[in-house]
Write a protein that binds this ligand. Structure first.
Ligand SMILES: *Cc1c(COP(=O)(O)O)cnc(C)c1O
Length: 465
């Protein structure tokens, strides 16, 4: 069997909305061909994101009932702190209500104007928080990590040559810290190897630069190491996690991913002086250090989620489910990015719709078709999200990759849901020659994909494009 059975049974169910094609057509038109504007109650399978969309276990729900909502010193905080220390190994644990707050606290404390911060690939909130502090976010992933078809077991690895060049160019004193995102979300959820983490640490040691992990999907990364890295097959996942984090000075974490909760995050560090500065800032923007913007019950759910996420049965199922969907599509010739990463399958929209030029938003057009066909919501990562006008020439610039991401929420959908999703995509694939592009009607000056409105181009307009 190429798909292990779900390592859980279902105790509570939530009905899935079913809609007719006519209802979906009306909804997509009303949304301005933007899936962010579609009410969730009109979505059958929601693959918009894996963030904050996990199903909690009965054990986590039970944890909510023992939430201690004391302003200071809640017992759940101590359990949360103990769990994080045990898994991540850092002495200072600072709660926050989600990952980007942890980033904001870290960068506003460490990054000064003109500094550069390298990473394999910065996630959008990470980049934005560095740039907000007038720093420069530099991507140093290996070349394979930028090639949708390159086969490499650890496509999230840091390119040590690029990293060292960045440090030399700007000077050690302008690099206050280096990050490593595990798994590499913006590069397709690709893992980083232990060997690469060790080598990155050794290089940074030569310059005395601290290393922080963007640890949102650390458990998925640990599982890939166990499966793919020589000498790791028999290792316990906790020991792999401990080794990874032993090479860092701290981490930022969105518990909305591998914390298996709907809200929460934290920041860890080894540095007591930094922890004190950040804690003072935390009190100003999030709350007292034993709750940091969360309820006591939320901290309990995170503590329990962090223990569950490292179960081998769970990770085997999790990674296999994502790969299963990828295999169903690949077998039928649907173009996807390979190898499949830890949390999502990506459709290659340029190969899927070769006749639609990037100026007509092929990935967005494809995402809209998937919704109309079967009520599946995905997200465009292509010319709508990243296309822009060159400030000097005024010409349109389009990104290299034009993708539709199918992010799989944790423990939410079953094998049959994956089969339904694949069948819907295959139906759209069979009639791909009938799909036309879209035109922008309205766009905001920044992050336009969230609020943009579009319309389908007519057959006549298409010929002229
Ligand atoms: C989601 C995410 C973040 C930000 O976390 P939020 O909880 O959404 O604020 C940061 N880095 C990576 C890699 C992420 O995937």
């Amino acid at each position: 069997m190429d798909y292990p059975m779900e390592p859980f049974k279902i105790k509570v169910v939530e009905a899935i909305p079913r809609t007719t094609r006519e209802e979906r057509r009306a909804a997509i038109e009303k949304s301005g061909y933007n899936l962010f504007n579609i009410p969730a109650e009109k979505v059958t399978i929601d693959l918009l994101t894996d963030s904050g969309t996990s199903a909690m276990s009965d054990n986590q729900w039970a944890g909510l009932m023992v939430g201690d909502e004391s302003y200071a010193g809640s017992r759940n905080y101590y359990r949360f702190e103990e769990t994080v220390r045990e898994i991540f190994g850092y002495p200072h644990v600072i709660p926050a209500h989600q990952g980007r707050v942890a980033e904001n606290l870290l960068f506003s404390t460490m990054v000064k104007e003109g500094d550069s911060v390298p990473n394999n690939i910065h996630f959008d909130t990470t980049r934005a928080n560095i740039e907000h502090n007038r720093g420069r976010a530099v991507d140093c992933v290996i070349d394979e990590g930028l090639d949708p078809r390159a086969d490499h077991p650890f496509k999230g690895n840091m390119d040590l040559g690029k990293l060292e060049r960045t440090i030399r160019e700007v000077g050690r004193e302008r690099v206050p810290l280096c990050l490593l995102t595990i798994t590499n979300n913006s590069g397709g959820g690709q893992p980083v190897s232990l060997e690469n983490i060790r080598a990155t640490r050794a290089l940074l040691d030569r310059y005395g630069i601290p290393l922080y992990f963007d640890a949102c999907r650390f458990a998925e990364n640990c599982y890939f190491i166990k499966k793919r890295e020589p000498g790791c097959a028999d290792r316990d996942l906790h020991s792999i996690a401990r080794e990874i984090f032993s090479y860092g000075d701290g981490c930022t974490m969105s518990a909305k991913k591998d914390g298996l909760v709907n809200i929460g995050g934290f920041l860890c560090t080894k540095d007591p002086a930094l922890a004190e500065k950040i804690t003072n800032l935390l009190i100003l923007v999030e709350g007292f250090p034993t709750y940091g913007g969360l309820a006591g019950r939320d901290l309990e759910a995170i503590a329990r989620g962090l223990r569950e996420v490292l179960h081998e049965d769970y990770l085997e199922y999790r990674i296999a489910q994502v790969r299963f969907l990828g295999d169903l599509l690949d077998r039928e010739g649907v173009p996807i990015l390979k190898p499949v990463g830890g949390h999502a399958v990506y459709l290659d929209a340029r190969a899927f719709l070769p006749r639609v030029p990037q100026s007509r938003f092929p990935a967005q057009a494809l995402a809209c078709e998937l919704y109309v066909e079967g009520g599946i919501r995905t997200v465009e990562i292509g010319s709508l999200m990243f296309g822009h006008k060159d400030p000097k020439t005024g010409k349109d610039v389009y990104p290299e990759l034009e993708m539709v991401r199918l992010a799989i929420p944790r423990r939410v959908y079953t094998t049959a849901h994956m089969e339904y999703t694949a069948e819907t995509i295959r139906s759209v694939f069979r009639r791909r020659d009938t799909i036309r592009g879209l035109d922008l009607v309205h766009e905001a000056p920044v992050l336009r994909h969230f609020t943009a409105r579009l319309r389908p181009v007519s057959a006549g307009e298409e010929k002229r494009s």
